[in-house]
Design a protein around this ligand. Structure first.
Ligand SMILES: O=C(CO)[C@@H](O)[C@H](O)COP(=O)(O)O
Length: 223
């Protein structure tokens, strides 16, 4: 079965002085999911969005809130992000301390669970938890900042993860440096959900629809 192609603008690249407006703009411009990056200044060298901001943004769209937690340890924050309105909560395999327990908690909170791998982490780290997740997110940059260069060597890992997943009902999402030029590489390798920050938000609101359409069309041609 071919999974639907999904475009998830990362609001890390949006204008933080008007995040609600920005979310409404990408919603209207064709975003499938809204990707929200929560960074703790410890697991990654940047601090961004917490659950109170997610809660404040929730009324601005009915689209799926795809929340990527770059937090270690993450367990103390799962409930707060769930209550704030996250639909998918993704956590890093590298963040620990107990990946299996954290995924159990996310599912027990009634949310979809995602597991994330940094570019330098082998996919064997997630094999034992594949039956507990709805999403595998493969980073194509080292996490912490938007606007970094795409790491193409991750494409081989996308292929291997796709094979490992088999017929399980799991989306493969890519995050970092996704553009109309790099999207075909990961789509051809088997990814179906594409996070795009800089490539969506460049040029301001009047460009968002065309920016996302360019990524979507380039990826679709490569599948
Ligand atoms: O999680 C992260 C970075 O850690 C990403 O979601 C970035 O925000 C993607 O930004 P672009 O590379 O698309 O600008």
């Amino acid at each position: 079965m071919t999974r639907p192609l999904l475009i998830a603008p990362s609001i890390l690249a949006a204008d933080f002085s008007k995040l609600g407006e920005e979310i409404r703009a990408v919603d209207g411009a064709g975003a499938d999911w809204i990707h929200i990056d929560a960074m703790d200044g410890h697991f990654v060298p940047n601090i961004t969005i917490g659950p109170d901001v997610v809660k404040a943004l929730r009324p601005h769209t009915r689209k799926v809130f795809d929340v990527h937690l770059m937090i270690a340890p993450v367990d103390p924050y799962l409930e707060a992000f769930a209550k704030a309105g996250a639909d998918i909560i993704s956590i890093h395999a590298e963040a620990g301390p107990h990946l299996h327990r954290s995924l159990q908690t996310i599912r027990a909170l009634g949310k979809k669970a995602g597991v994330v791998l940094n570019p330098g982490t082998h996919e064997s780290a997630i094999e034992p938890v594949l039956d507990m997740v709805d999403l595998v997110l493969l980073m194509t940059v080292n996490p912490g900042f938007g606007g970094q260069a795409f790491i193409g060597s991750v494409c081989d890992k996308v292929r291997r993860v796709k094979a490992m997943i088999g017929d399980r009902d799991i989306d493969i999402e890519i995050d970092g440096g996704v553009t109309a030029e790099t999207a075909p590489l990961v789509a051809a390798a088997g990814a179906n959900a594409l996070v795009a920050g800089s490539a969506t938000f460049k040029g301001g609101p009047s460009a968002y629809a065309a920016n996302m359409a360019a990524i979507r069309e380039a990826a679709a041609r490569a599948r």
